[in-house]
Write a protein that binds this ligand. Structure first.
Ligand code: ATP
Ligand code: MG
Length: 658
């Protein structure tokens, strides 16, 4: 390979040869039963994406008025580039998720199985959900909420949070869910950006047995949120709260007065459904705008395909509704499919480290969807917590949020999945609305660490800096070549940033911001963020491969790799490592360097290894490499830190000498 070529693509140093075909019994009843079947559908969809989605939209959504045009897409000439789907139609996302099931005789099916952190629980059928949502929709109307108004939601993971989202959708209000751990400043920023009219919160939230003062935080935020007229407060913990007469209303008071008669408002296909801010891994969070019909269809179909939805499933997605995963795969996807969803309020280690396994046993969960950060924590906490419980109800496992290191994948597969459950490693983003790449679990054999293949209707292309497609096994920037119904429709109130971030580098294709490679079997491997590539002696290396090599050492729990300036090499590899229960010695440091060298080669061998008790993460649990890069370079922290989970841990890392 010439040096010019080397500098254009990203080198891959990791080789993962293990292959896990779907168990026969699983494929037998799956939606997609074989690779051939998947390929036929994918090819047909790729040949004519609008025709593929048009048929599904007509069959799967309820239309008050049918749409007249499937896709309006003025190719790159008319930037900023917003695709419109199912133009001219009228539907309602809440109707599709709730009323449709009641109308079709499935009202008695359980929609939500809720488990509170202190151990209280509640179950709601689709018919009951319809009543609650209708009442709360009327409550919102009584506060003057009309279609297009923005409603911010800062609530604990209670059924009322899902009810609030669906109630907004029912009357055409645009929700903006803010994770109930963010600061007053972060809430005010989001309220002001969205022009929020009504704010929903609770007195408090349970977190590891302590009551967090949500209402107090919201009050502080509202002092700086000029557009907010009303605040609705759910009683959850029963703690004392500050109160502003006229502005504040108890949830239960409004509900008592509200009628349960509130038909869903027919909404334009392209009416905004929600705004959701990204995790902030790579910079200041972006306010992603999603609209009604395309998003709803995409969430539904991808849920059914990837989680191989079966009528008798008990499905549990552990994500908070403050993230896109909670939107698409706790509310809009599974509920549009009519699934029974477990929803859990609290922490995975309260009262003990086996809480998740206890919940799986209690509710006989069959499909479980969580994040690599959680899986790495489970591994660190030890197998004894898992061993106490019967997990035989599980049939399928999922992962989302970051790349899953192959060794963590293996643990998930053996320890949680009992070697019988396929794992779906799902790659997607807040922007994409739903899963873009994932194994279809009955059809596509898994390779640990690969999100395998694109879903039907998704056409990924990996390109170099010049926008030209790279060959097999060459790393480059991941783009999507054709619009899909779940894609974002812009950044709220910021067309320039929208254009700049997604459409300026590679003309005509959606730029995801991640690097990837596609192997000779057509399997995709996410290699990390575009901004995080390391440049060592002219070789461009991906973060995840170095991290996965470290995680494969028995002493290592988590690792983050970044580049730091180096006179000779351009950049040196600096890694931050948390250990399981090993001692952080110089000897171990040497051993880890050699381990990486042996696993993936001398080029990737770390120059610096720093042991730490925790890595800086976003509130959604993703490692924030951009901050570690500053620390490794000995620089002040300059980037946006509003989404860091534990600022004190970060500051300590900065202040610690190596
Ligand atoms: P910001 O855009 O503000 O920097 P973010 O990108 O972390 O934050 P999200 O939309 O929550 O915000 O996360 C999407 C990103 O998460 C993807 O671009 C990718 O980097 C990562 N990701 C998600 N799932 C996977 C996966 N299965 N494998 C690898 N990476 C993943
Ligand atoms: Mg992002």
């Amino acid at each position: 390979m010439s040096s010019a070529e080397t500098s254009r693509s990203i080198d891959t140093v990791m080789r993962e040869e293990r292959l896990f075909p779907p168990p026969e019994a699983f494929s037998h009843r799956a939606h997609f039963k074989s690779l051939d079947e998947y390929e036929v559908v994918w090819e047909a969809a790729a040949a004519d994406p609008p025709a593929f989605w048009e048929k599904l939209a007509r069959e799967e959504l309820h239309w008050f008025e049918p749409f007249t045009e499937t896709l309006r897409w003025n190719e790159p000439q008319s930037q900023p580039f917003v695709a419109e789907w199912f133009v001219g139609g009228k539907t309602n996302a809440c109707y599709n998720c709730v009323d449709k099931h009641v109308a079709e005789g499935r009202g008695d099916k359980v929609a939500i199985l809720w488990e509170g952190e202190p151990g209280d629980s509640l179950s709601l059928t689709y018919a009951e959900l319809q009543t609650e949502v209708s009442k709360f929709a009327n409550a919102l109307k009584s506060l003057g909420v009309v279609p297009g108004d923005r409603v911010s939601i800062y609530m604990p993971m209670t059924p009322e949070l899902a009810i609030a989202m669906l109630a907004c959708a029912r009357i055409g209000a645009v929700h903006s869910v803010i994770f109930a751990g963010f600061s007053a400043e972060a809430i005010a920023d989001r309220n002001n950006d969205a022009g929020t009219k009504v704010m929903l919160t609770a007195d408090g939230a349970w977190r590891r047995g302590k009551a967090l003062a949500l209402k107090e935080t919201v009050d502080e935020a509202l002092a700086k949120s000029a557009t907010v007229e009303h605040c609705v407060v759910l009683k959850r913990t029963g703690q004392e709260v500050p109160w502003t007469e006229g502005r504040d209303h108890w949830w239960h008071d409004l509900m008592q007065e509200a009628s349960a008669d509130c038909p869903a408002t027919p909404m334009d296909s392209e009416a905004p459904l929600f705004i959701l801010y990204t995790s902030g891994s790579t910079g200041k969070p972006k306010g992603i705008k999603h609209t009604t019909a395309g998003y709803n269809l995409y969430a539904k179909k991808t849920y059914e395909w990837v989680f191989d939805y079966q009528e008798d499933d008990v499905y549990w997605c552990t994500a908070d509704c403050g993230w896109i995963t909670g939107h698409s795969y706790l509310v809009y996807g599974p509920m549009a499919a009519g699934a029974t969803c477990v929803m859990y309020e609290g922490a995975p280690n309260h009262p003990a480290e086996d809480r998740f396994w206890e919940i799986i046993e209690k509710y006989k969960v069959s499909v479980f969807y969580t994040a690599p950060t959680a899986i790495r924590a489970f591994i660190k906490w030890g197998d004894e917590h898992v061993d106490k419980h019967d997990l035989s109800s599980l049939r399928l496992l999922g992962s989302v949020g970051e790349g899953i290191n192959p060794e963590a994948w293996m643990w998930y597969h053996t320890k949680i999945g009992g070697e019988r459950c396929p794992i779906v490693d799902t790659w997607w983003q807040t922007e994409t609305g739903g899963i873009m790449m994932s194994p279809l679990p009955g059809a596509i054999a898994a390779k640990p660490g690969s999100c395998t293949k694109p879903l039907p209707g998704v056409i990924p292309k990996i390109v170099d800096e010049q926008g030209a497609e790279v060959g097999a096994d060459q790393g480059g920037m991941l783009t999507v070549a054709h619009p899909w119904p779940g894609m974002l429709r812009g950044l709220w109130g910021d067309d320039d940033r929208y254009k700049e971030v997604y459409w300026s580098k590679v003309p005509g294709k959606y730029l995801a911001g991640d690097n990837a490679r596609c192997d000779s079997d057509g399997y995709y491997w996410i290699m990390g963020r575009i901004d995080d590539v390391l440049n060592v002696s002219g070789h461009r290396l991906s973060t995840i491969e170095i991290e996965s090599a470290l995680v494969s050492h028995p002493a290592v729990a988590e690792a983050a790799a970044v580049g730091r300036p180096h006179e000779l090499k351009g950049e040196a590899v600096a890694v931050f490592v948390t250990l399981k229960d090993a001692e952080p010695t110089d000897e171990l440091r040497k051993e880890l360097k050699l381990h990486v060298r042996k696993e993936i080669g001398a080029l990737a061998q770390p120059d610096d290894i720093r042991f730490t008790n925790s890595l800086p993460k976003t509130r959604s649990g993703k490692i924030m490499r951009r901050l570690l890069r500053d620390i490794a370079a000995g620089k002040e922290l300059v980037g946006d830190t509003s989404t860091v989970e534990d600022y004190a841990a970060l500051a300590k890392l900065r202040d610690d000498e190596e």
